[in-house]
Design a protein around this ligand. Structure first.
Ligand SMILES: Cc1cc2nc3c(=O)[nH]c(=O)nc-3n(C[C@H](O)[C@H](O)[C@H](O)COP(=O)(O)OP(=O)(O)OC[C@H]3O[C@@H](n4cnc5c(N)ncnc54)[C@H](O)[C@@H]3O)c2cc1C
Length: 350
């Protein structure tokens, strides 16, 4: 196959760039290693309830993601944050922490964030998107760049890597090899949230809200370290989600126990009614080789200062461009950063 621009990765960044190129009538192909679009954006049904297993929140100061939600006609609603939070000590004691929810001011997308990525994918012709087509090698030659993929070779004039650079060091070979300092810069960019796991429990009643609680909790006991309300907009059901504090290696070997301990913890924190959820789901991103590498298992505690490192600019005469969210110069790591990175890539393509 032959194309002008090959985009690697159909997460939010790759899909957004593809839509931009489509709107300009440009020639491109979008290769995605998974059998689905979205990357770290994933909405699934827990029972009948759509729940976000990756990102959930957008913020009012993020212009691109808010504009995209409007363009796609999606309903945006406030993160529930009324009432007190809870604090659980290392010895398991539970304290009430008066005040507003810690995520007050953030928004969610009714029906789940995958509506954003699906909305973008729906605007692309089917033959531009190649699912289950991992790019394993990129070879720079006299006649452009030859990509070795699961389904054969693709020749492109330019390649945009809309996948996390650290992951790409593990999945894709480069010929000629990229300089050592470039590879080490790529490896040093932590893939935001890639080491995390998210647990969700769905209930028929919002027991915590009825008790004057926001659903927010911080726990030193675990297994859930940070908990928030994740109820759907229509309030036909109610949900809590938690980031799992148990290390990835233990999650991998004791998944069922982590899940049952998480349910018990919710009952300890919010009341015995929470011991019997209608449905539970856990998504372990650290176990996904298309998102995380072992280096991501101990992710950064704080949001790093992201942006495109100087070493990753102008590679292969400017024809090899990096554009995952982590490359976003102002909002790197966030959904907004993925849209920003797509915008930056479009500018670099000229
Ligand atoms: C649990 C969790 C919670 C989060 N919460 C929030 C939040 O509330 N708000 C927020 O703004 N952000 C949040 N984030 C971050 C947000 O999800 C990311 O910033 C964003 O989704 C990244 O999009 P991306 O397109 O840059 O990369 P990705 O979504 O990682 O997409 C990259 C794609 O490339 C594909 N790929 C990789 N290698 C190859 C290859 N060799 N060939 C072909 N395809 C390949 C992958 O399969 C993947 O689909 C969260 C992330 C996680 C995991």
């Amino acid at each position: 196959m032959d194309t002008d621009i090959l985009i690697i990765g159909a997460g939010l960044a790759g899909l957004s760039l593809a839509r931009r190129l489509e709107q300009q009538g440009m020639d491109y192909l979008l290769c995605e290693s998974a059998g689905r679009i979205g990357g770290r954006v994933k909405t699934d049904l827990a029972g009948q309830v759509p729940v976000d297993l990756g990102p959930a929140w957008i913020w009012p100061d993020q212009p691109r993601i808010n504009a995209l939600a409007r363009q796609l006609g999606l309903l945006v609603f406030d993160q529930y944050s009324k009432g007190d939070g809870l604090w659980q000590t290392v010895s398991g004691e539970v304290h009430r922490a008066p005040g507003a929810g810690s995520m007050k001011g953030s928004f969610r997308i009714a029906g789940g964030l995958a509506r954003l990525t699906q909305g973008l994918a729906d605007s692309l012709p089917e033959n531009r998107l190649l699912l289950q087509n991992s790019v394993k090698s990129l070879v720079k030659g006299d006649n452009g760049i030859l990509a070795g993929t699961q389904r054969g070779e693709i020749r492109a004039n330019r390649v945009v890597v809309a996948a996390p650079p650290r992951l790409v060091t593990a999945t894709t070979g480069f010929s000629p090899s990229l300089p050592d300092e470039v590879m080490s810069e790529m490896h040093d960019v932590p893939t935001w949230m890639a080491g995390h796991a998210k647990f969700i429990a769905v209930y028929g009643r919002p027991w915590w809200r009825e008790a004057g609680l926001s659903g927010d909790a911080i726990s030193q006991t675990g297994p859930l370290a940070e908990i928030h309300d994740a109820s759907p907009h229509d309030e036909q059901a109610f949900a809590l989600f938690g980031f799992v504090g148990t290390p990835p290696a233990i999650r991998a070997t004791h998944r069922d126990k982590v899940i049952s301990d998480a349910v018990s913890q919710l009952a300890t924190l919010f009341g015995p009614q929470l011991a019997s959820p209608q449905a539970v789901l856990m998504e372990d991103w650290a176990a996904n080789p298309m998102i995380a590498t072992p280096a991501d298992h101990n992710g950064p505690d704080h949001h790093p200062a992201y942006g495109t490192p100087a070493a990753l600019r102008g590679l292969w005469d400017g024809n090899l461009i990096f554009a995952s969210s982590e490359m976003g110069n102002h909002f790197g790591g966030f959904l907004e950063g993925a849209l920003e990175a797509a915008e930056q890539a479009e500018a670099a393509l000229g």
